[in-house]
Design a protein around this ligand. Structure first.
Ligand code: ADE
Length: 231
């Protein structure tokens, strides 16, 4: 699988793949990461890529020309490229999207900067548009990385143990039960006693109860969904 980041600031993105799980996955050729800088396609003699908004409004908007040419060149090399734009004005990215997109051959993330991207670029090229939440970032790079991380850990072989995928939060409506590491007693706080006794059926029952408690506290609407689907 291939990821391409279309961004004016690839240095903001590159570091994320230089360590830990995703670096190992790249070293094992499970996926590759590429960068495309729209500034390199600018026909402006100073390689300008933004301008004031037509019709008024605060801030600068990314011009259509550099992005049109960058994305045309990308599509001419790979017709199957699945192009995703990141903007706060879109539906929120979910775990199901991560699982679905992990099956694509080539996923492209287009990050806006300044006040955003000329809408005509999005209309022409977007296969999908996502927000990562109801807040505004200074650009789409962090959001692209969030999607890329969530997608890539669903690619076969990226996580050592595929069991860890099936039990985690958002795979069902319930949030994952709390986890504990050693020591069993730390600063007078013990892990739940049931976890220590080795009775796996009892541990499973307790974990489901703790999952429900956590879900009720942090995400009550998810618990409601769980109750409905269990009916
Ligand atoms: N760009 C700026 N804010 C964003 C957000 N919340 N999600 C995706 N892209 C963004």
């Amino acid at each position: 699988m291939q990821f391409t980041f279309v961004t004016l600031f690839s240095n903001l993105v590159e570091g994320y793949f230089q360590d830990s799980i995703l670096k190992r996955a790249i070293d094992k050729n499970l996926f590759s990461v590429h960068y495309l800088d729209p500034r390199k396609f600018s026909l402006n003699k100073h390689f300008k890529v933004d301008d004031t908004a037509v019709g008024g409004g605060a801030g600068m908007v990314m011009n259509p020309q550099p992005l049109f040419d960058a994305l045309d060149s990308l599509k001419s090399k790979n017709k199957n490229a699945h192009i995703i734009f990141l903007t706060p004005v879109a539906k929120q990215f979910k775990q199901n999207d991560a699982k679905r997109l992990a099956k694509k051959e080539h996923v492209v993330f287009v990050s806006g900067r300044y006040e955003g991207i000329d809408e005509r670029v999005i209309e022409e090229f977007a296969d999908e548009v996502f927000s990562i939440g109801d807040y505004v970032l200074t650009g789409g790079e962090l959001a692209s990385l969030v999607l890329c991380d969530a997608i890539s850990r669903n690619i076969e072989g990226v996580l050592g143990n595929s069991d860890s995928l099936s039990i985690e939060s958002f795979e069902t409506e319930l949030l994952e039960a709390p986890s504990f590491s050693k020591p069993k007693l730390y600063k007078e706080n013990s892990v739940p006693k049931e976890y220590l006794k080795g009775n796996h059926s009892k541990i499973r029952t307790l974990k489901i109860a703790l999952s429900k408690c956590k879900t009720k506290f942090f995400r009550p609407e998810q618990l409601l969904k769980h109750k409905i689907t269990k009916r």
